[in-house]
Structure formats: C-alpha cells, structure tokens
Design a protein around this ligand. Structure first.
Ligand code: LIP
Length: 260
C-alpha cells in the first residue's frame, strides 16, 4: 500500500467511527488520571473500530493509542497513532467540538495525518510532501504578524502546575494579538493553524496522540511545530510543550513565551 491508500483507509475508518460519536447519548464520563482527565465508552468503541478497520487494511500494523494503554513500538514498519476522540471533555459536555485524529508513520518517518471533525463535517488531511487539505481544499498557515491574527491555546488540564504559566502566557498572547481562543481540542487547534484560521497555537503539555496528525498538517501547510522554546518536538511519550504557527506569529509567540 502507498501513502494514498493508507490515507484512504484512515479516512474511511474515521468516517465510519464518527457515526458512533454523532449517535452518542447518555454519555458517562469516567475518571482516568484525575477529575479533568476523562474517558467514555465511546472513546473505547471508536478506538476499537479504528484499530479493527486499520488492522484489516494494513495487516501487521501496530498502534499507539490514547486508550487501553495500546502503546506499540514507535519505530514499527506500519504504525497508526490514534486519538479516538480528541476533545473528550467537549464530547461529554455536548459542546460539539471534538474530532478523530489518526497519523501514520513508517519506521519513525511521519507520513500521513487525518483529522475529522464530524460536527463541522471537516476532514483535514496531509501526505508528506504533498500539502495539507480541508475537504479537498489546499490549506496555508497564516503568515500574518501576531498583532494581526488570533491565538488558540490549551490549558494542559491534566498537568498539575501548568496553569499559572499558561494563564500568564495567555494574557501576553492576548495583549499581543487580535484575541485568544481555548477550544478544547488540540488536534482541531492544530488544524486551525494549518487552515490559517489562527496564527498560532500553544499548550504546556500534550500527548503524542493529540499532536501526531495535527503536526503533519501544520508542516504541510507551511507552518512550524516545535516545543514552546523552539526545540524540536520529541515525538515520543514525554508529553512536551508545543508551539505551532505561521512563521511570523510563531517567532513572536516563542519570544513572548521565553520571557514569561
Ligand atoms: C485533550 C486536548 C486538549 C488538551 C487536553 C487533552 P483529549 O485531549 O485535545 O486540547 O488541553 O489536555 O489532551 O484528552 O480530549 O483527547
């Protein structure tokens, strides 16, 4: 299978699994690491369906997923990195701003990303070297200066001790930009950057499954995605800080973060 076949398999599985989200009712949140880190039966059902369909499409594929501690070797020949429902708290609260996020790597090479927002019916896709798209329309990160764009951010709610610096940086980002948004889905925040809807995104701790697909989308849209201090993202299980954006806004926000 080539990367386009892989992307088609991912998209087909995401669209099928998304129906579970749209038909959800009586959603019960179960605590994971703490009161803000929750999971539902729908996270597990969506992940099970995605892994079943992708295993059938790519026999022998390995998986690195948010739920059920499915953390296979990151250097596998065929690896899918899955956040079955990114924005789980939004999903639980009925805020209709969540997505399915799947990335595909081969021997550590980051090749494909697909993020599907079923509420907006927006499918964000990227194949390495071939650009980023939303429903087939080519995307481009916003090249505007920070003062002429908005910033999306996450509050790293699972990371104790992150909130004080997060809110200080949110204040500085607000003062330096047109406005800020905290939307509750890191994968969709990265899609907003890839689509040029936001000039930059930051969060002080994020899991690999949250950003694996979105980072490819940002890069293929001409944006930059690193740690908050500008060093390369580690693409491992270490939960790094993250900063993404078009060049100008990214550089200005990186400097602001270094002073915060
Ligand atoms: C969430 C992210 C969100 C971030 C949370 C969490 P989940 O993912 O999308 O932006 O602030 O810490 O990582 O847990 O809903 O898949």
């Amino acid at each position: 299978m080539n990367t386009h076949d892989i992307l088609s398999a991912i998209v087909g599985a995401e669209r099928e699994a998304a129906r579970l989200m749209l038909q959800a009712h009586g959603i019960l949140a179960e605590r994971k690491s703490g009161r803000r880190d929750v999971v539902t039966e729908y996270d597990r059902r969506v992940q099970a369906l995605l892994t079943e369909r992708l295993s059938a499409a790519v026999p022998g594929a390995r998986f690195f997923c948010e739920e059920n501690d499915r953390h296979d070797e990151l250097g596998a020949e065929h690896l899918f990195l899955i956040d079955p429902i990114d924005g789980t708290m939004n999903f639980v609260r009925g805020l209709n701003h969540s997505c399915l996020s799947v990335a595909y790597w081969s021997r550590g090479e980051r090749l494909v990303g697909a993020v599907f927002n079923p509420y907006a019916d927006e499918l964000f896709t990227a194949v390495r070297g071939e650009g980023a798209y939303c429903n087939g329309r080519r995307l481009s990160a916003d090249g505007a200066a920070l003062r002429d764009t908005i910033v999306v951010c996450g509050t790293a709610p699972y990371e104790s001790g992150a909130s004080e610096k997060t809110f200080r940086l949110m204040q500085r980002a607000y003062d330096a930009s047109l406005d800020i948004r905290r939307q509750g889905s890191a994968a969709l925040d990265l899609c907003s950057v890839a689509a040029g809807r936001a000039g930059a995104y930051f969060e002080l701790a994020l899991s690999l499954w949250d950003y694996a697909a979105g980072a490819i989308l940002v890069e293929e849209a001409g944006g930059i995605c690193t740690r908050l201090d500008g060093t390369p993202l580690p693409y491992d299980a270490s939960r790094p800080t993250i900063l993404a954006g078009g060049r100008a806004a990214y550089e200005e926000l990186r400097r602001l973060a270094a002073e915060t």
